[in-house]
Design a protein around this ligand. Structure first.
Ligand SMILES: [Zn+2]
Length: 275
Protein backbone atom coordinates (compact mmCIF):
# COMPACT_ATOMS: atom_id res chain seq x y z
CA UNK A 1 0.00 0.00 0.00
CA UNK A 2 1.31 3.46 -0.89
CA UNK A 3 1.84 5.96 1.94
CA UNK A 4 -0.95 8.55 1.73
CA UNK A 5 0.51 11.38 3.72
CA UNK A 6 3.83 12.88 4.69
CA UNK A 7 5.14 15.72 6.83
CA UNK A 8 6.38 18.76 4.93
CA UNK A 9 8.71 21.65 5.64
CA UNK A 10 8.02 25.22 4.52
CA UNK A 11 8.01 25.40 0.68
CA UNK A 12 9.82 28.76 0.82
CA UNK A 13 12.35 28.68 3.66
CA UNK A 14 12.39 24.92 4.24
CA UNK A 15 15.18 24.76 1.69
CA UNK A 16 17.33 27.12 3.69
CA UNK A 17 16.52 26.48 7.34
CA UNK A 18 15.03 23.54 9.06
CA UNK A 19 13.26 22.12 10.93
CA UNK A 20 10.41 24.48 10.05
CA UNK A 21 8.84 26.29 12.99
CA UNK A 22 5.12 26.05 12.35
CA UNK A 23 1.84 27.13 13.94
CA UNK A 24 -1.36 25.10 13.38
CA UNK A 25 -4.09 26.80 11.27
CA UNK A 26 -6.77 24.16 10.64
CA UNK A 27 -7.21 20.39 10.48
CA UNK A 28 -8.30 18.95 7.13
CA UNK A 29 -8.57 15.30 8.07
CA UNK A 30 -6.32 13.40 7.33
CA UNK A 31 -4.18 16.45 6.50
CA UNK A 32 -3.59 19.77 8.24
CA UNK A 33 -2.72 23.36 7.33
CA UNK A 34 0.10 25.07 9.23
CA UNK A 35 1.76 28.47 9.00
CA UNK A 36 5.52 28.94 8.80
CA UNK A 37 6.53 31.15 11.72
CA UNK A 38 9.54 32.42 9.76
CA UNK A 39 8.04 33.57 6.42
CA UNK A 40 4.26 33.35 7.04
CA UNK A 41 3.38 30.99 4.18
CA UNK A 42 0.59 28.52 4.97
CA UNK A 43 1.11 25.00 3.76
CA UNK A 44 -0.20 21.47 4.25
CA UNK A 45 1.59 19.24 6.74
CA UNK A 46 0.89 16.43 6.89
CA UNK A 47 0.01 16.57 3.21
CA UNK A 48 -0.77 14.03 0.46
CA UNK A 49 2.33 12.25 -0.81
CA UNK A 50 3.19 12.67 -4.52
CA UNK A 51 2.01 9.08 -5.02
CA UNK A 52 -1.34 9.88 -3.34
CA UNK A 53 -1.73 12.96 -5.56
CA UNK A 54 -0.92 10.91 -8.68
CA UNK A 55 -3.61 8.43 -7.69
CA UNK A 56 -6.05 11.29 -7.04
CA UNK A 57 -5.43 12.79 -10.51
CA UNK A 58 -5.84 9.38 -12.11
CA UNK A 59 -9.21 8.87 -10.43
CA UNK A 60 -10.24 12.49 -11.09
CA UNK A 61 -10.27 11.96 -14.84
CA UNK A 62 -10.82 8.24 -15.14
CA UNK A 63 -13.50 7.33 -12.63
CA UNK A 64 -15.39 10.09 -10.92
CA UNK A 65 -17.91 11.35 -13.51
CA UNK A 66 -19.11 14.30 -11.44
CA UNK A 67 -15.78 15.60 -10.29
CA UNK A 68 -13.55 14.90 -13.22
CA UNK A 69 -13.86 13.89 -16.81
CA UNK A 70 -17.58 14.61 -17.41
CA UNK A 71 -17.24 17.89 -15.55
CA UNK A 72 -14.41 18.81 -17.90
CA UNK A 73 -16.34 17.77 -21.00
CA UNK A 74 -19.48 19.69 -20.07
CA UNK A 75 -17.47 22.80 -19.40
CA UNK A 76 -15.51 22.77 -22.65
CA UNK A 77 -17.25 25.75 -24.25
CA UNK A 78 -16.52 28.14 -21.40
CA UNK A 79 -13.10 26.57 -20.84
CA UNK A 80 -12.29 27.45 -24.45
CA UNK A 81 -13.44 31.04 -23.81
CA UNK A 82 -11.26 31.20 -20.69
CA UNK A 83 -8.35 29.77 -22.69
CA UNK A 84 -8.68 32.55 -25.30
CA UNK A 85 -8.62 35.17 -22.52
CA UNK A 86 -5.49 33.58 -21.10
CA UNK A 87 -3.80 33.46 -24.49
CA UNK A 88 -4.60 37.14 -24.99
CA UNK A 89 -2.95 37.90 -21.64
CA UNK A 90 0.09 35.79 -22.59
CA UNK A 91 0.23 37.64 -25.91
CA UNK A 92 0.97 40.87 -24.03
CA UNK A 93 4.32 39.36 -23.05
CA UNK A 94 5.38 37.08 -25.91
CA UNK A 95 4.58 36.15 -29.51
CA UNK A 96 3.46 32.60 -30.35
CA UNK A 97 6.22 29.98 -30.43
CA UNK A 98 6.55 26.74 -28.50
CA UNK A 99 4.40 26.43 -25.37
CA UNK A 100 4.30 23.94 -22.47
CA UNK A 101 1.15 23.75 -20.34
CA UNK A 102 1.94 22.15 -17.00
CA UNK A 103 -1.10 20.18 -15.78
CA UNK A 104 -2.88 20.43 -19.12
CA UNK A 105 -5.87 18.21 -18.14
CA UNK A 106 -7.89 17.40 -21.27
CA UNK A 107 -5.98 19.92 -23.37
CA UNK A 108 -8.65 22.57 -23.97
CA UNK A 109 -6.16 25.41 -23.42
CA UNK A 110 -3.58 23.81 -25.73
CA UNK A 111 -6.23 23.30 -28.41
CA UNK A 112 -6.88 27.04 -28.36
CA UNK A 113 -3.14 27.71 -28.26
CA UNK A 114 -2.69 25.75 -31.49
CA UNK A 115 -5.50 27.79 -33.07
CA UNK A 116 -3.58 30.91 -32.03
CA UNK A 117 -0.39 29.72 -33.72
CA UNK A 118 1.50 28.02 -30.90
CA UNK A 119 3.29 24.67 -31.12
CA UNK A 120 1.76 22.87 -28.14
CA UNK A 121 3.24 20.58 -25.49
CA UNK A 122 1.46 19.46 -22.35
CA UNK A 123 2.40 17.74 -19.11
CA UNK A 124 -0.38 15.77 -17.44
CA UNK A 125 -0.15 13.15 -14.69
CA UNK A 126 -3.49 11.47 -15.52
CA UNK A 127 -3.07 8.75 -18.15
CA UNK A 128 -6.83 8.95 -18.85
CA UNK A 129 -6.55 12.67 -19.68
CA UNK A 130 -3.40 12.03 -21.77
CA UNK A 131 -5.11 9.37 -23.86
CA UNK A 132 -8.10 11.66 -24.37
CA UNK A 133 -5.77 14.33 -25.78
CA UNK A 134 -4.09 11.75 -28.02
CA UNK A 135 -7.48 10.87 -29.47
CA UNK A 136 -8.96 14.31 -29.99
CA UNK A 137 -5.90 16.54 -30.43
CA UNK A 138 -3.03 14.41 -31.78
CA UNK A 139 -1.14 17.57 -32.79
CA UNK A 140 -0.57 18.29 -29.07
CA UNK A 141 2.49 16.51 -27.67
CA UNK A 142 1.55 15.34 -24.21
CA UNK A 143 3.96 13.90 -21.65
CA UNK A 144 3.78 12.40 -18.16
CA UNK A 145 5.45 14.58 -15.47
CA UNK A 146 8.47 12.27 -15.16
CA UNK A 147 9.46 13.06 -18.77
CA UNK A 148 9.83 16.80 -18.08
CA UNK A 149 13.45 16.37 -16.96
CA UNK A 150 14.37 14.78 -20.33
CA UNK A 151 13.48 17.94 -22.30
CA UNK A 152 16.41 20.16 -23.35
CA UNK A 153 17.21 23.56 -21.81
CA UNK A 154 15.61 26.62 -23.38
CA UNK A 155 13.13 24.58 -25.41
CA UNK A 156 10.07 26.76 -24.77
CA UNK A 157 8.98 30.32 -25.41
CA UNK A 158 6.26 30.01 -22.78
CA UNK A 159 5.32 27.75 -19.89
CA UNK A 160 1.82 28.01 -18.45
CA UNK A 161 0.07 26.56 -15.42
CA UNK A 162 -3.53 27.07 -14.48
CA UNK A 163 -4.88 26.10 -11.05
CA UNK A 164 -1.71 24.11 -10.71
CA UNK A 165 0.88 26.10 -8.74
CA UNK A 166 -0.79 25.52 -5.35
CA UNK A 167 -0.59 21.74 -5.79
CA UNK A 168 3.15 21.57 -6.43
CA UNK A 169 5.14 19.65 -3.84
CA UNK A 170 8.29 21.69 -4.36
CA UNK A 171 7.31 25.09 -5.86
CA UNK A 172 10.86 26.48 -5.92
CA UNK A 173 12.16 23.29 -7.56
CA UNK A 174 9.35 23.43 -10.14
CA UNK A 175 9.95 27.14 -10.87
CA UNK A 176 13.66 26.40 -11.39
CA UNK A 177 12.75 23.62 -13.80
CA UNK A 178 10.41 25.94 -15.74
CA UNK A 179 13.22 28.52 -15.82
CA UNK A 180 15.55 25.87 -17.28
CA UNK A 181 13.00 24.94 -19.94
CA UNK A 182 12.42 28.57 -21.00
CA UNK A 183 14.62 30.26 -23.54
CA UNK A 184 16.14 33.62 -22.50
CA UNK A 185 13.26 36.10 -22.59
CA UNK A 186 10.68 33.32 -22.44
CA UNK A 187 7.81 33.70 -19.97
CA UNK A 188 6.05 31.67 -17.32
CA UNK A 189 2.35 32.48 -16.85
CA UNK A 190 0.50 31.13 -13.82
CA UNK A 191 -3.14 31.74 -12.94
CA UNK A 192 -4.77 30.17 -9.94
CA UNK A 193 -6.53 30.52 -6.63
CA UNK A 194 -5.14 33.15 -4.31
CA UNK A 195 -5.55 31.79 -0.85
CA UNK A 196 -4.62 34.36 1.71
CA UNK A 197 -8.34 34.68 2.50
CA UNK A 198 -10.55 32.32 4.46
CA UNK A 199 -10.34 29.51 1.88
CA UNK A 200 -7.58 27.60 3.58
CA UNK A 201 -9.32 27.92 6.96
CA UNK A 202 -12.35 25.86 5.90
CA UNK A 203 -12.00 22.46 7.54
CA UNK A 204 -12.91 20.51 4.38
CA UNK A 205 -11.50 17.01 4.58
CA UNK A 206 -9.44 15.37 1.89
CA UNK A 207 -7.04 16.53 -0.81
CA UNK A 208 -5.75 20.00 -0.16
CA UNK A 209 -3.57 22.61 -1.77
CA UNK A 210 0.01 21.86 -0.75
CA UNK A 211 0.65 25.55 -0.03
CA UNK A 212 -1.15 28.92 -0.05
CA UNK A 213 0.56 31.87 -1.63
CA UNK A 214 0.19 35.62 -1.70
CA UNK A 215 1.67 38.15 -4.16
CA UNK A 216 4.49 38.66 -1.65
CA UNK A 217 5.35 34.98 -1.39
CA UNK A 218 5.13 34.59 -5.19
CA UNK A 219 7.79 37.29 -5.49
CA UNK A 220 10.02 35.51 -2.96
CA UNK A 221 9.51 32.06 -4.50
CA UNK A 222 10.36 33.39 -7.97
CA UNK A 223 13.46 35.19 -6.71
CA UNK A 224 14.63 32.01 -4.94
CA UNK A 225 14.16 30.11 -8.23
CA UNK A 226 16.09 32.62 -10.37
CA UNK A 227 13.05 34.14 -12.05
CA UNK A 228 12.28 37.83 -12.49
CA UNK A 229 8.62 38.76 -11.93
CA UNK A 230 7.01 40.81 -14.72
CA UNK A 231 3.45 40.79 -13.36
CA UNK A 232 2.06 39.70 -9.99
CA UNK A 233 -1.51 40.65 -9.19
CA UNK A 234 -5.05 39.60 -8.47
CA UNK A 235 -7.38 39.45 -11.45
CA UNK A 236 -11.15 39.15 -11.55
CA UNK A 237 -11.49 37.80 -15.07
CA UNK A 238 -11.24 34.23 -16.34
CA UNK A 239 -13.47 32.57 -13.76
CA UNK A 240 -12.30 29.10 -13.10
CA UNK A 241 -15.29 27.07 -12.05
CA UNK A 242 -18.67 28.85 -11.92
CA UNK A 243 -20.17 25.90 -10.06
CA UNK A 244 -18.26 26.82 -6.94
CA UNK A 245 -20.06 30.09 -6.24
CA UNK A 246 -23.90 30.36 -6.17
CA UNK A 247 -23.98 33.90 -7.62
CA UNK A 248 -21.39 33.09 -10.22
CA UNK A 249 -23.49 30.07 -11.15
CA UNK A 250 -26.63 32.22 -11.56
CA UNK A 251 -24.75 34.60 -13.84
CA UNK A 252 -22.63 32.06 -15.66
CA UNK A 253 -23.90 33.21 -19.06
CA UNK A 254 -23.01 36.82 -18.27
CA UNK A 255 -19.24 36.61 -17.90
CA UNK A 256 -18.62 40.17 -16.73
CA UNK A 257 -21.08 39.70 -13.83
CA UNK A 258 -19.92 36.17 -13.09
CA UNK A 259 -16.32 37.28 -12.99
CA UNK A 260 -17.05 39.84 -10.28
CA UNK A 261 -17.38 36.92 -7.87
CA UNK A 262 -14.06 35.42 -8.78
CA UNK A 263 -10.67 36.64 -7.83
CA UNK A 264 -7.69 34.71 -9.02
CA UNK A 265 -4.05 35.47 -8.85
CA UNK A 266 -1.86 35.84 -11.91
CA UNK A 267 1.89 36.04 -12.17
CA UNK A 268 4.23 36.25 -15.13
CA UNK A 269 7.97 35.67 -14.73
CA UNK A 270 11.03 35.30 -16.93
CA UNK A 271 14.45 33.69 -16.37
CA UNK A 272 16.82 36.09 -14.59
CA UNK A 273 19.35 37.58 -16.98
CA UNK A 274 17.15 37.01 -20.05
CA UNK A 275 16.19 39.64 -22.60
ZN1 LIG B 1 8.79 29.67 5.66
Amino acid sequence: MIPLREDASCPLCGRFSHPSVVEPVVEKDPYAIVRCAVCGICFASPRPTPAAMAEFYERYFAEDPLAGYEHYREGEAWRARVARHRLALLGRFIAPGRILDHGCATGVFLDEAVNAGWEAYGVEPSSAARSLILRRAPYVKVLPPEDLATLPDGMFDAVTMFDNFCYLHDPIGALREFGRLLRPGGVLLSIGALDHGPAHRAPEPGITHTFYYSPRSVARLCRAAGLRVLMNRTIVKNANNPGKHPFAWLFQEVPWVRNLFFRQHCFVATPEGGA
